[in-house]
Design a protein around this ligand. Structure first.
Ligand SMILES: Nc1nc2c(ncn2[C@@H]2O[C@H](COP(=O)(O)OP(=O)(O)OP(=O)(O)O)[C@@H](O)[C@H]2O)c(=O)[nH]1
Ligand SMILES: [Mg+2]
Length: 336
């Protein structure tokens, strides 16, 4: 006769099953977790290697300072640009197109502040910067006066969103010094540099439609003025220009009274082999002066503040937010 199984026997069997089951689960688990740990450390090692490689890479960025050449016909706007492009670009100045844009490189820098890599913003990488002027040359007809202002608007908004802070365009107002030979009031310049032109510029400045970093007044064709007035020294000839172009110069100084305004006398002709060109590089220096420092400041703040920036912008490796000097604040400074 079969004996009934005692409850102790049941308990022993259940305990044996439980212990076997738990042991099995625990062995499976620890095997799995060993595998996971191995995978994780492999992934970690890969990530470390990728980061090391990323940190040794370089980002190349181009920074361009917009420059606008403004003035009546034949003052030498295209001649100035031609000097800046020489000897690489050869073309004739007469018959300029309505507008030509050219890139004039002036500096390369390897040692810019590190910035977050676009692929992994936690990794900082070195930046090589190529610095250039982006020069807009316009024809000097009075009927085409709107072109420079509308380009100034486009460029101002673009450079503010790229470089933020106090970035702005450089305006070069050119005069033909031969008009100052007999100090008669200068018809050609007065016809171009009208109240309407400066009224429009003032409105655009006040409305924060354009941002101007520097203004350069250029008295060109100084060779002709010098040879027509052989007894006068450089200072006297400059004073002669100031007084001949007084109306336009006053308008410029008044419109840009809060800006950095510089004056240069130049000789830019390349048609006559006997003429030694003069001071094109000084105008270039004035146009470029301060731009690299401005970009460096921008990169430093980008380097420090990248964690607070919009990650989408960083991923695209685009210039960052324009918000460090709000337009309104800038405008207040201008109006003050
Ligand atoms: N003697 C002399 N001639 C110059 C000088 N600069 C320019 N020229 C000459 O002046 C003429 C007009 O020069 P451009 O550079 O074409 O003048 P622009 O301002 O571009 O003229 P538009 O495009 O028509 O508005 C050319 O024949 C130049 O060779 C200079 O410093 N001295
Ligand atoms: Mg021209």
């Amino acid at each position: 006769m079969n004996q009934p199984i005692s409850w102790e026997a049941y308990a022993t069997i259940i305990a044996a099953f439980l212990s076997f089951g738990l042991g099995y689960i625990s062995r499976r688990y620890s095997k799995q977790s060993r595998k996971n740990r191995a995978r994780l450390s492999e992934a970690e090692e890969n990530l470390r290697q990728i980061r090391t490689k990323l940190s040794k890479s370089r980002v190349v960025r181009r920074y361009e300072q917009p420059v606008l050449l403004i003035g009546p016909r034949y003052v030498g706007k295209s001649s100035l640009l031609k000097q800046w492009e020489a000897p690489w670009v050869l073309h004739d100045t007469p018959g300029s197109p309505f507008q030509r844009t050219a890139r004039v490189p002036f500096s390369d820098k390897e040692d810019l502040p590190q910035v977050p890599h676009f692929a992994d913003p936690t990794v900082k990488v070195s930046v090589t910067g190529h610095f250039a002027l982006r020069v807009h040359d316009f024809r000097g007809e009075v009927t085409l006066q709107d072109l420079p202002l509308s380009e100034a608007r486009t460029e101002s908004q673009k450079i503010r969103s790229e470089n933020g802070g106090r970035a702005g365009v450089v305006l070069i107002f050119m005069f033909d010094a031969t008009e100052a030979i007999d100090m008669a009031s200068s018809d050609r310049s007065d016809e171009y540099y009208t109240n309407k032109l400066f009224g429009n510029i003032s409105l655009a400045l006040r409305g924060a439609e354009i941002f101007v970093r520097r203004v350069i007044i250029v008295y060109n064709k100084f060779d002709q003025l010098e040879s027509a007035r052989p007894g006068e020294n450089h200072g006297a000839l400059l004073a002669r220009c100031e007084s001949t172009f007084q109306r336009a110069i006053e308008k410029i100084r008044d419109t840009f009274r809060r800006h950095d305004v510089r004056t240069v006398a130049t000789v830019l002709s390349t048609n006559d082999e006997d003429i030694n060109t003069k001071n094109a590089s000084i105008v270039l220096g004035y146009a470029a002066d301060g731009f690299v420092d401005e970009v460096l400041k921008r990169l430093e703040s980008e380097s420090v503040g990248h964690l607070h920036q919009d990650p989408v912008r960083i991923l695209k490796d685009e210039p960052t937010s324009t918000a460090d000097t709000p337009e309104s604040e800038d405008q207040e400074a201008r109006n003050a």
